[in-house]
Each structure stands twice: as structure tokens, then as C-alpha cells.
Ligand binder design. Structure first.
Ligand SMILES: C[S@@+](CC[C@H](N)C(=O)[O-])C[C@H]1O[C@@H](n2cnc3c(N)ncnc32)[C@H](O)[C@@H]1O
Length: 269
């Protein structure tokens, strides 16, 4: 198991405000880890091949890669990538999530390093990984530009950053209505507590630049300013279609929000 000292270090150095935001986020995901992990286990078998297909363009045609999965949660991408033979480290700010991720890796006989740390302050040396991936993390980061700089730092030259996200909290009225309908369904069918999310995130959402979603040109700027090249953004149409056909009713509604995959490459020297 990798030893990761970044989190206490970060907490000693950062201002009180930043510490609060990160503390709130870690606390929320600790509490959400149980239901999030259950969702993952319900859908895993079918989702696996859909996501392998969605990632195949960034996996260098089967070459063995050293991969860092940021905001790994219960290990969704880390498990898929380890299952197809890559050397994976999963990192998260929530110990609750990492417990679930370790459990999921053990249950599948997979060797994955899991590390409690902050995706904006990585405890790794420069040029350590071939690929840095994150799924559904960007929207909850207070300093996305700092984060992408860090991701670029730990990449080997020619390595790639892969970011998967969606426009989750678009304030447009039709999307707002659909989101709330999805929430109501989740309360009834999945016994989730949606007010917990609002209680945690409403006070901090103004500090999260991408909380309400991102526009493609902002992402290009984010990656280009971090020094990444060959930046490309694609819609995740197959993934979207999968959730439309196979997910729970509440997921079907929320997954109409566009999902995308953004990749950028570290300049070779
Ligand atoms: C929406 S979940 C996504 C989990 C997983 N990637 C997935 O797709 O199922 C967001 C995850 O990011 C983690 N997270 C939030 N802020 C973080 C940070 N600054 N550093 C590392 N992880 C963070 C949360 O604890 C949570 O596990």
C-alpha cells in the first residue's frame, strides 16, 4: 500500500476557508459512500464493457500503463483499468470512499494502491504516471487550474490527462425541473437523502468554479494553460445511451445531461 502524506500536509498549510471547503466535501462523500458504493455494485457487469469501449482511444492500444485515478470514489475507473491489466493507483479525499474502493478491489482479487490525498496537491514525484484519469471530479474542485497543473506535473512526457464529466447542475429551467424529478424518484426508489447533498454543497458551491457545469472552450483553456497539447473533447454517446436503456429511472433522467471525455497530452521533451 502506498503511503500518502499529502492530506495532513495540505491541511496544515492552507487557509481556514480552503480547509473548510475541502473538509465539507470529504465529510459529504464519507457519508455518501455507502449508497454510492451500492449504486456501483448494482450496475457493474454491464457498465464494464461500455466504459472499456469509451476509454479504448486513450489506452495506447493495450500497452501496460501506470495510471492514477483521481477522485476514485468506490474505485469505479480504477477497478475497470486494473481488470484490463494496468497498474493503478486510486486517490480520494474521503476515507469512507477509499474503504469501499479497497473492499471492491479485494472482492475482485485486484491489486490497486489506494491513497487518501487531495487531487489538487498530489503526493507523487514528477513524471510518475502514463495516464491520469478522473471521472465526475472536476465540478467539485475549488481550484481546477491548480489541479490540472498538478496532474500535468505527475505525467511522464507524452502521457495523457483524461477527464470525464457532465453538466450536472445547469441552472436552465428544463434541466432544473428534470434534476428535481430525478431526485424525487431517487428518494422513493433508492432511499437516498437528497437534502444532505444540498445541506453540504449549497454553502460552498460558489467556491467551486465548475459546479454549474463547464463550457467546452473553458476546458480547452484549462488544459492549454496547464501546458497540455492535442486537447480534444468528445461526447460520451455510448455511455449516455447505456444509462438511458439500463439505469434506474432516476439515473435515466439525470443522465440525459451531456457527458463528455476530454483528453490532453503532456509535451514530449
Ligand atoms: C461524484 S464522486 C465520483 C467517484 C468516481 N470517480 C465515480 O465516477 O464513481 C466524486 C469523488 O471525488 C472525491 N473528491 C472530491 N474532492 C476531491 C479532492 N479534492 N481530491 C480527491 N478526491 C476528491 C469525492 O470524495 C468522491 O469520491
Amino acid at each position: 500500500m502506498q503511503s500518502c502524506f499529502a492530506l495532513p500536509f495540505l491541511f496544515n498549510l492552507q487557509s481556514g476557508v480552503l480547509m473548510d471547503v475541502k473538509g465539507v466535501i470529504a465529510d459529504y462523500w464519507d457519508k455518501r459512500s455507502h449508497t454510492y458504493h451500492n449504486d456501483l455494485n448494482k450496475l457493474r457487469a454491464d457498465e464494464h464493457s461500455i466504459w472499456v469501449g469509451a476509454l479504448k482511444d486513450v489506452l495506447n492500444g493495450g500497452e501496460h500503463l501506470k495510471i492514477l485515478d483521481l477522485g476514485t470514489g468506490p474505485g469505479f475507473l480504477a477497478l475497470i483499468l486494473a481488470e484490463i491489466g494496468h497498474e493503478v493507483t486510486g486517490l480520494d479525499i474521503s476515507e469512507g470512499m477509499l474503504e469501499k474502493a479497497r473492499y471492491n478491489a479485494r472482492a475482485r482479487n485486484l491489486m490497486i494502491d489506494f491513497c487518501l490525498a487531495d487531487a489538487e496537491n498530489l503526493p507523487f514525484q514528477d513524471e510518475d504516471f502514463d495516464l491520469v484519469v478522473s471521472k465526475y471530479l472536476l465540478w467539485t474542485l475549488p481550484h481546477p487550474e491548480r489541479a490540472v497543473d498538478e496532474w500535468n506535473r505527475v505525467l511522464k512526457p507524452g502521457g495523457k490527462v483524461v477527464l470525464i464529466d457532465g453538466v450536472w447542475f445547469d441552472p436552465a429551467i428544463n434541466r432544473w425541473l428534470r434534476r428535481n424529478l430525478s431526485t424525487l424518484l431517487a428518494i422513493v426508489t433508492e432511499r437516498r437523502n437528497p437534502w444532505r447533498f444540498k445541506r453540504y454543497y449549497n454553502p460552498i458551491k460558489d467556491r467551486l468554479p465548475f459546479y454549474s457545469g463547464v463550457k467546452p472552450h473553458e476546458l480547452y483553456t484549462l488544459f492549454n494553460e496547464a501546458g497540455l497539447t492535442n486537447v480534444s473533447l468528445k461526447p460520451l454517446s455510448e455511455v449516455q445511451e447505456f444509462y438511458m436503456n439500463c439505469g434506474s429511472l432516476s439515473r435515466k433522467i439525470i443522465h440525459k445531461e451531456p457527458n463528455f471525455i476530454l483528453t490532453g497530452e503532456k509535451i514530449r521533451c
